[in-house]
Design a protein around this ligand. Structure first.
Ligand code: SF4
Length: 529
């Protein structure tokens, strides 16, 4: 929003509720919760009708040049020698139909706009739709003064580069539509009394991996076909993201609908390499993204230390659960402590390299002793995979990278501007940064399960031109196992509430956002115990 842009009255109302909520809205953090839906539905009838009659009109656009605000009335009717302004509110029946400060401010600003537009305002009122009750709202000079004050405060907030502080232990947060993106209690990096609610708990990442599949949209659903037969039909509101593995086709209509709903699509090759993703043109937090690019230019040692020390801590924990070799664990813990004292990124990367070499040297300890000899392992090889385990690790790291990118873009940050990995190498550097702490507890754990539970076997792999690849059933099993892991809940080591691994990634991405916008003092990685 430019300095000269008029401020929507609705944003001023958000500011009355909480300054940080106005800031989040101004940054483009739109939410679509049940409360918002109820409010929207109650306004839909009015907005759609734009009716005019001799005595009543709805959805009138209003503005005040003096105050620099714009808005829309719900209903305006002629009575008492002037106009009566009516606002519709969808307060649940179980709650008292009270006119709150935000509504008084809203009506006062509407009245000021109307007066400036040459109309006389004879009265203001609220109609509570669920209670079928009209409550008159007489406005005093103090109400108009308060409304003007909130316009000034909102303008200051909108133009600020940093967020107002989140409220602390405030009951407003319990009813706030933005609590999932604001994370007010998590800003203080200490145990949180109540759990964070994920925006749509049932929304799923849809993986399409049968080669030759075609998907299109019909009546709000994603229809999946193979060789002309329908093999799936999924309501779009239950889809969080769509990931395509190999030769999969989507209709233009489905791509547009997914973009419209801000549901990302990600394309991978059949061997799992991530090749691209979609991004809605309306991403939030543009000003924080600028701060990200500035900080990314030289990297950030405090952030990088957290990424790497958490990575090494989690590698040590992963091995400790499968081995009694306390010397090995001690070595990794020492390296973790050393990296916390690093003086620059180069030194940090050196320590990270030593830890990775040690961890992957002993990676086969994660496999049950009886199965160990069935699997070849000469160390971590990356792409092309030299053996079945590296093939599974490569594929799963790509799935994790896709998750990191989705979480980063959802909060408006640039996945290519990192603080540890160099942004100049045309790689999703921030996504690579953020995935460090999740590699061992998510990906390595998935591959460990696939082997130890005998879900895959070495016969599921073939070698093509020196590169080891898994067959379709192994790939399907790997994706299913990965999704189960992402849905698994654990006690968050910092906030002490139950959270799924997927939600934990989203929270970490928002921690980076909070660090950049100065709503929290530092970033803290997840260290599993
Ligand atoms: S969750 Fe609390 S601090 Fe955050 S925007 Fe809502 S009311 Fe404000």
């Amino acid at each position: 929003m430019d300095e000269s842009d008029p401020i929507p009255i609705s944003l001023v109302v958000q500011c009355c509720y909480c300054p940080r909520r106005a800031w989040l809205e101004a940054q483009g953090e739109q939410t679509d919760t049940f409360q918002m839906q109820a409010g929207t539905t109650s306004h839909e009838r009015i907005d759609a009708s734009v009716s005019f009659s001799e005595t009543e009109a709805s959805s009138i656009e209003i503005k005040s040049e003096q105050l620099g605000i714009v808005g829309k009335t719900d209903v305006v009717r002629r009575a008492g020698g002037g106009l009566v302004l009516r606002e519709y509110k969808a307060t649940p029946v179980r709650k008292k139909p009270e006119v709150i400060e935000g509504t008084r401010v809203q009506l006062a600003l509407q009245a000021l706009c109307m007066q400036e537009m040459g109309e006389k305002v004879a009265g203001t009122e609220v109609y509570f739709t669920n209670h079928n009750l009209t409550v008159p709202v007489p406005l005093s000079d103090a109400d108009f003064e308060t409304a003007r004050h909130f316009v000034i405060e909102t303008r200051d907030i909108v133009q600020s580069m940093s967020s107002p502080e989140a409220l602390e232990d405030d009951p407003r947060c319990n009813f706030c539509s933005h609590v999932d993106v604001c994370l007010p209690d998590e800003r203080y990096l200490r145990p949180v009394q109540k759990s964070v609610r994920a925006p749509i708990r049932d929304a799923k990442v849809i993986h399409l991996e049968i080669q030759g599949t075609y998907a299109h949209t019909k009546q709000g659903r994603m229809i999946i076909e193979y060789k002309g037969d329908s093999i799936g039909s999924i309501p779009l509101e239950t889809v969080q993201a769509v990931q395509l593995h190999g030769n999969i086709n989507l209709s233009g209509g489905l791509i547009k609908e997914l973009l419209y709903r801000n549901i990302p699509i990600q394309w991978c090759t059949a061997s799992g390499r991530l090749v691209g993703w979609t991004n809605s043109s309306m991403g939030p937090n543009g000003s924080t993204r600028q701060l990200q690019h500035l900080l990314s230019h030289d990297g950030s040692l405090p952030l990088a230390i957290e990424f790497i020390s958490s990575k090494i801590a989690n590698q040590a924990t992963q091995l400790r659960r499968s081995t009694s070799d306390s010397e090995l664990i001690k070595c990794l813990r020492n390296l973790q402590r050393q990296c916390e004292d690093s003086h620059d990124l180069e030194e940090l990367m050196g320590i990270e390299g030593k830890a990775a070499a040690l961890y992957f040297q002993f990676w086969p300890l994660l496999i049950k002793e009886g199965f160990r000899n069935d699997w070849t392992w000469f160390g971590r090889s990356g792409r092309p995979a030299s053996d079945p385990i590296n093939s599974m690790l490569n594929y799963s790291y790509s799935l994790l990278l896709a998750d990191e990118i989705r979480s980063i873009t959802a909060c408006g940050l640039d996945p290519n501007a990192g603080f540890l990995h160099s942004s100049s190498r045309n790689k999703p550097a921030l996504a690579l940064d953020l995935m460090e702490e999740f590699r061992a507890p998510v990906v390595d754990s998935v591959v460990q399960t696939l082997i130890n539970c005998q879900i895959v076997s070495p016969s599921d792999f073939t070698t093509v031109c020196g590169s080891v690849r898994m067959n379709q059933s192994a790939r399907k099993a790997l994706i299913e196992c990965y999704e189960r892991r992402m849905a698994t809940e654990f006690i968050h080591p910092i906030f002490k509430y139950k959270v799924s691994w997927r939600r934990a990634i989203e929270i970490q991405a928002r921690q980076i956002l909070g660090f950049l916008e100065h709503s929290q003092s530092c970033y803290q990685g997840i260290h599993m115990r």
